[in-house]
Design a protein around this ligand. Structure first.
Ligand code: HEM
Length: 307
C-alpha cells in the first residue's frame, strides 16, 4: 500500500497503529510482533511525527550495523526526548567507540561480581521489610532495586536514591503521559544534580565510577564537564528502566500459574536459565530508534531520509 508521508515522498509501507504503551499490545507483545513480521515487516506509524518499524531480526541486525545510514547521533528514543544527544549511546563510530571503550572496564564479570554483597544487602533489606510488615508488592522490589544498584555503582549517596528514582520515572513515562513539561523539568533536575556531583568528583575523586567518568581521557584530553554529565546521565537511565522491565518480566512469567516457581524452588541451578529465558520472551526494551541519514530500501520498502 502506498502512502504519502509528511515530506511528500511516496512510500510503499503499510500504515499500522502502534501506540508503544498500548495495554492491549503490552499484554501480548510477542503475538503483535509475530503478526507484524509475517504480514508487514516494515511498517509505518504516524504517531510521534511518523516512524518506521523493522520487526524482522535480520533487518534490525543489518540496520544496527549501518550507522552511516541508520544513525544514533540525533536521538534513539520514540518520541525524541527533548535533551541534547546522550553520550555514548547517541553517537556513531568512531566517536561512539572512543567514549564507550574506557567505560567497559566497569562492566567486566569480575567487577560486577564484586558488587554482589552490596546488591544482596539491598534486596535483603527490601524483602525483610515485606516480611516485617507481613505484606508487600513484588513490583515495589522490582522498581526499587535497579535505581538503587546503579546509584551505588556510580557512587551517589544513599540519601538521594529515592529522589533520583522519582525524577527518572517521570522522564521515562513521557511516551505514556505525553507530559513534555514534566519530562523537561525531570531532565533538568537530574542534569543539574549530576552536574554538581561531577564537579565535586573533579575537585576530589572518590574512586567510584562517577569519578572515573569525571576524569575520562579521550583523544589525549580530559573530557569536558558537559560530556561527563552526559555519560553519567546515560548510565543512570540506561540501566534503570531496562532492568526494572527485566525483573518484572521474570516475575510475571514465574507467577503466571505454571510450575516454573516450584521448579525454581526445587532446583536453584535453574535460576540463571530462567533469567535468560525471561529476557528472551519478555523483552524489557523495544522501540529504540535510529534517524536515517540516507534513504534506504528494506524488504522492498523505501524509507526516506529523516535528518
Ligand atoms: C535487562 C537489562 C538491560 C537491557 C535489556 C538493556 C538493553 C540495551 C540495549 C538494547 C542497548 C542498545 C541501544 C541502542 O543501540 O540503541 C543498550 C545500551 C546500553 N546499555 Fe543497556 N540494557 C540493560 C541493562 C543495562 C545496565 C544495568 C546498564 C548500566 C548500569 C546499561 C547500560 C547501557 C549503556 C551504557 C548502553 C550504551 C552502549 C553503547 O552505546 O555502546 N544497560 N542496552
Amino acid at each position: 500500500m502506498a502512502e504519502t508521508v509528511a515530506n511528500g515522498d511516496q512510500v510503499n509501507a503499510h500504515s499500522v497503529r502502534f501506540p508503544l504503551m498500548e495495554p492491549e499490545i503490552a499484554k501480548d507483545p510477542g503475538g503483535f510482533f509475530d503478526d507484524l513480521r509475517s504480514k508487514c515487516p516494515v511498517a509505518h506509524d504516524d504517531n510521534f511525527d511518523g516512524f518506521w518499524m523493522l520487526s524482522r531480526y535480520r533487518d534490525v541486525f543489518d540496520a544496527a550495523l549501518k550507522p552511516q545510514t541508520f544513525s544514533s547521533a540525533s536521538g534513539i528514543n520514540i518520541p525524541v526526548i527533548p535533551q541534547p544527544p546522550v553520550l555514548c549511546i547517541e553517537q556513531d563510530d568512531p566517536d561512539h567507540r572512543k567514549f564507550r571503550k574506557p567505560l567497559q572496564g566497569w562492566f567486566t564479570e569480575k567487577r560486577v561480581q564484586g558488587w554482589e554483597p552490596q546488591v544482596r544487602q539491598i534486596v535483603t533489606t527490601l524483602i525483610d521489610k515485606v516480611i516485617g510488615e507481613k505484606k508487600g508488592d513484588l513490583a515495589e522490589i522490582a522498581l526499587s532495586v535497579p535505581p538503587m544498584v546503579i546509584a551505588l555503582i556510580l557512587g551517589l549517596p544513599e540519601k538521594d536514591w529515592d529522589w533520583l528514582r522519582e525524577r527518572e520515572s517521570t522522564l521515562l513515562k513521557l511516551a505514556q503521559t505525553g507530559d513534555k513539561e514534566g519530562a523537561n523539568a525531570a531532565v533538568n533536575d537530574v542534569y543539574n544534580y549530576l552536574s554538581d556531583s561531577v564537579e565535586k568528583r573533579r575537585a576530589s575523586p572518590e574512586g567510584d565510577m562517577l569519578s572515573d567518568i569525571a576524569g575520562l581521557v579521550v583523544d589525549g584530553q580530559v573530557i569536558s564537564h558537559q560530556q561527563a554529565v552526559s555519560l553519567a546521565f546515560l548510565i543512570l537511565g540506561a540501566g534503570h528502566e531496562t532492568t526494572v522491565g527485566g525483573i518484572g518480566g521474570l516475575l510475571y512469567r514465574v507467577f503466571q500459574g505454571s510450575d516454573v516457581r516450584d521448579q525454581l524452588i526445587d532446583d536453584l541451578t535453574l535460576v540463571d536459565s530462567a533469567v535468560e529465558e525471561a529476557l528472551r520472551i519478555e523483552s524489557p526494551l523495544f522501540g529504540l530508534g535510529r534517524m536515517t541519514t540516507h534513504s534506504s530500501t528494506v524488504e522492498d520498502v523505501t524509507i526516506p531520509v529523516s535528518v
